[in-house]
Design a protein around this ligand. Structure first.
Ligand code: SAM
Length: 273
């Protein structure tokens, strides 16, 4: 059967360079006790090695044709890989296991939906002991930026409140077919056992981040004026004259808590994106 063309709408860029695949697997370090879930197995570049080394592997693939190819692959049948033909953005990870830190997640993610995917994973962060993903290099630069740098922003802080992020290595476009127009990086996320922001405070925290980074160079008193007064900012222990782009994650968490305390009802209806 002739192979279908890569589907752009599903962000399909298949890994083909053996050295890169080996480097990825070595960084993940799958072991015989591990239960993995892989997002977007595609033609199985990473899947095959994970299946061979892990105790259990569930994969989530949206493309029905690729899922069917995997169903027919002898190595996948032999290893007992469970294939879920589904949209990972809607996938309920708790249906695989409800034990804390019992799952390891890996994937070469479709770049067009990588940020919403990351936040969907983190909604179930208690279940994951770690997350290894391939992403667009620019996104990884934003995820790992230091306060005061140009890449430091809402994504950096929203992630830092929930997990530790480690950029492992960059990968050139030539390792993929078709070659993406952007550079790639492989990254490890370790969910924090105690996130800096509780689930119930997340909407307020996110509201603060949105306003603060919408006006990142302005003083907080000005940038946050629709949410918090200068006095309220000070009551959270933060200098109202400081600028958002210089503030560490702990200070944003304190501002979110202050807002939550001040207007719990207002925040209840606040939609997270
Ligand atoms: N893992 C393969 C590799 O490294 O060669 C494929 C990676 S490719 C960048 C992304 C994969 O994710 C494709 O197989 C694509 O069909 C799948 N995909 C795209 N959107 C998805 C979604 N919403 N849910 C699950 N899989 C998705």
């Amino acid at each position: 059967m002739a192979r279908q063309q890569a589907r752009k709408r599903f962000g399909q860029n298949f890994l083909h360079e053996k050295g890169v695949i080996r480097h990825i697997i070595d960084s993940i370090g799958p072991g015989p006790e591990d239960h993995f879930v892989e997002i977007g197995p595609g033609r199985g570049a990473i899947t095959r090695e994970l299946a061979a080394r892990a105790r259990k592997l569930d994969v989530v693939e949206i493309d029905r044709d690729l899922a069917a190819e995997l169903h027919n692959a002898e190595w996948a049948v032999e290893a007992g890989v469970t294939i879920h033909t589904a949209d990972a953005l809607e996938f309920d990870f708790a249906s695989l296991s409800d034990t804390e830190s019992s799952l390891r997640l890996a994937g070469n993610l479709p770049y067009n939906i990588s940020t919403p995917l990351l936040f969907h994973f983190l909604e179930a962060q208690k279940l994951f002991s770690d997350i290894h993903v391939m992403l667009q290099k620019e996104v990884v630069q934003r995820m790992t930026a230091d306060p005061g740098s140009k890449n430091y922003g809402r994504l950096t802080v929203a992630l830092a409140a929930r997990c530790r992020v480690e950029s492992l290595f960059n990968i050139g476009s030539g390792a993929f077919s078709p070659a993406p127009k952007v550079g790639s990086a492989f990254v490890r996320l370790i969910p924090l056992a105690s996130p800096l922001v509780s689930e119930n405070e997340l909407p307020a925290f996110d509201a603060v981040l949105r306003e603060a980074f919408g006006k990142r160079r302005k003083q907080l008193a000005n940038a946050l004026q629709t949410l918090l007064s200068a006095d309220a900012i000070e009551a959270a222990g933060i200098d109202p004259m400081a600028r958002a782009e210089t503030l560490p994650v702990e200070d944003f968490a304190a501002l979110g808590r202050q807002l939550q305390k001040q207007s719990p009802d207002q925040m209840r209806g606040y939609a997270l994106e």
